[in-house]
Design a protein around this ligand. Structure first.
Ligand code: PGA
Length: 224
């Protein structure tokens, strides 16, 4: 399975050195993709690398921005696009995400396109529609090499995940419409992974909190 480790804005240099060392020696048959803060990319020379975000601008006079081209030149292969925390804290809308997606593709990065629904959509039964709508806006027919991550908004960092049957419905709807790998993310841990891994068609997980705790991560990986 593909296991994406999203560190978010955690860890300082000494911690990353230690983490990278342990991660590189971790025994697993799963395909790990580590997404540290972009300033630490070079501290993971032996890993598959992704970034958590790219600029919506190409190279130029955009002080403080980190471009898709620059992270690709540092060895990143993947980029998270449309992660819900970008919308929640930085007010990024789907148009900005589309620009980022385009630039990531142009730089040769494989986008990991995150889509997520609200708790209310699960209460009303409209979650499939909500996810479909986001995918239709983000994915165009000419795109070939990308990954989709289903991350319910209310599940991120909360421990509150949808019913397995509902996740399964979303994964199967995505699989029927798009030829891409599909991941689930949102409060995945070493306890619920046992049930989650049984979801038909699922190709892996996008891990946030647990990716920082290497002994729990090892426990989780051992169950796959
Ligand atoms: P979480 O985060 O595992 O801490 O819920 C997942 C994510 O935000 O990608």
């Amino acid at each position: 399975m593909k296991i994406v480790l999203n560190h978010k804005s955690n860890l300082v240099y000494e911690q990353v050195i230690d983490y990278a060392n342990q991660l590189e020696n971790m025994k697993t048959t799963q395909e790990l993709i580590v997404c540290p803060s972009s300033c630490y990319l070079s501290l993971f020379p032996k890993m598959n690398l992704g970034v958590q975000d790219v600029s919506c601008y190409d190279q130029g006079a955009y002080t403080g921005e980190i471009t898709a081209k620059s992270v690709a030149s540092l060895g990143a292969k993947y980029a998270l696009i449309h992660h819900s925390e970008r919308e929640k804290y930085f007010h990024e809308d789907i148009m900005i995400a589309k620009k980022k997606l385009q630039l990531a593709l142009e730089a040769g990065l494989i986008p990991i396109i995150c889509v997520g629904d609200h708790k209310s959509a699960h209460e009303k039964g409209t979650y499939l529609k909500e996810i479909k709508n986001q995918l239709e806006q983000l994915i165009t027919e000419d795109m070939t090499n990308y990954i989709i991550a289903y991350e319910p908004l209310f599940a991120i960092g909360t421990g509150d995940i949808p019913y397995i049957g509902e996740i399964e419905q979303v994964i199967s709807m995505i699989k029927n419409s798009y030829s891409s790998f599909v991941l689930y993310g949102g409060s995945v841990n070493q306890i619920n992974v046992n049930q989650l891994k049984e979801i038909r068609g699922l190709d892996g997980f996008l891990l946030g909190g647990i990716s920082l705790d290497l002994s729990s991560l090892q426990d989780l990986l051992a169950q796959l």
